[in-house]
Design a protein around this ligand. Structure first.
Ligand SMILES: O=P(O)(O)O[C@@H]1C[C@H](O)[C@@H](CO)O1
Ligand SMILES: O=c1cc[nH]c(=O)[nH]1
Length: 297
């Protein structure tokens, strides 16, 4: 894992502040040299649950009495679990939060001497014109203006970073979902994902604390977005995709849809059902990882 940053020099201390790790305080190579997959998702408890699930799917031995340890517990910003060659990491909500953890995980992998690492975002989203509980594998991430790049204000100028994802990885995941009986209870789509800076007005909701538009304006916008090929809306794919592209990392975004935004704004499905749906993305990515590890042994 190479860094596209000449300011980070070998031998100099590098502090990964938000995950409470560092090159002087920890032997990163010893701890992380074997990492081949990084799975990111918004919620700390979802990523712990995913780590627990991986322990059973990949049949990883955890030393008795140890349990799974949150390696980033020295900071209360994110959680980080290691299950064999997989990291399960929370990224919080929205692009700024994902951006910070992405930088620090890429630096961690660089200092650890890792190579050929694949990244996944396992998320939730609002669907457009598809039944709730469906999975969407992102073909292309676009911003709230339907542009396929992340615009970042850097040194007082807007810099555009293309949000390209690996088409082969997305296709492999789709084929796996289509072949897997566990995935046949729901639909899986390969489509564009719109990434917004906000959950309420950014996603054309009428139920925020503020709203200066009407139902018909909302529907005109959402229909236009849907007609452009977007099947779901969330808040991190643009940054995830553009950083994967910048770092030369194979990456995929797999999100479950919690509702159909053409039919409403509120997520009123019972919590247990939402948890079941969230496991759909986890099952698909865990099956993919299991298959890849099997192929490499
Ligand atoms: O990974 P998660 O499920 O947190 O992602 C989506 C996008 C926002 O972060 C959040 C909004 O509810 O859910
Ligand atoms: O509608 C939704 C649901 C989950 N996450 C989002 O960003 N939007």
């Amino acid at each position: 894992m190479q860094l596209a940053n000449p300011h980070i020099k070998p031998g100099q201390e590098d502090v990964l502040y938000h995950i409470a790790l560092g090159t002087k305080s920890h032997n990163l190579q010893y701890l992380f040299h074997d990492v081949k997959f990084v799975c990111l998702g918004g919620s700390p408890s979802r990523m712990r649950q995913f780590a627990e699930y991986l322990v059973s799917v990949l049949q990883i031995e955890i030393p008795s009495g140890m349990g799974l340890t949150n390696i980033a517990s020295g900071s209360d910003r994110y959680v980080l679990y290691k299950v064999g060659p997989v990291l399960s990491v929370s990224h919080g909500m929205g692009v700024p939060s994902l951006s910070i953890i992405f930088h620090e995980i890429v630096k961690l992998l660089h200092h650890a001497g890792c190579s050929d690492v694949t990244f996944f975002r396992l998320g939730t989203s609002g669907g457009l014109g598809i039944e709730p509980g469906s999975l969407v594998i992102t073909e292309e991430a676009v911003d709230g203006l339907l542009r396929p790049y992340m615009e970042l204000a850097t040194l007082g100028k807007l810099v555009q970073h293309p949000s390209r994802l690996d088409p082969d990885l997305a296709q492999e995941l789709l084929s796996l979902a289509q072949a897997d009986p566990a995935c046949q209870a729901h639909n899986t789509y390969l489509a564009k994902t719109m990434c917004t800076l906000d959950f309420y007005e950014g996603q054309a909701r009428l139920d925020g604390a503020f709203c200066d538009y009407q139902e018909k304006d909302k529907m005109t916008f959402l229909k236009k977005v849907h007609e452009s090929g977007v099947c779901n809306i969330e808040m991190e794919s643009l940054c995830f995709a553009s950083y994967c592209h910048r770092a030369g990392i194979r990456g995929a975004v797999v999100c479950v849809t919690l509702l159909d935004r053409l039919k409403g704004d509120q997520i009123s499905t019972p919590h247990d059902t939402l948890e079941d749906w969230q496991r759909r993305a986890q099952n698909l990515v865990a099956s993919y990882i299991k298959q890849r590890l099997k192929r490499s042994t």
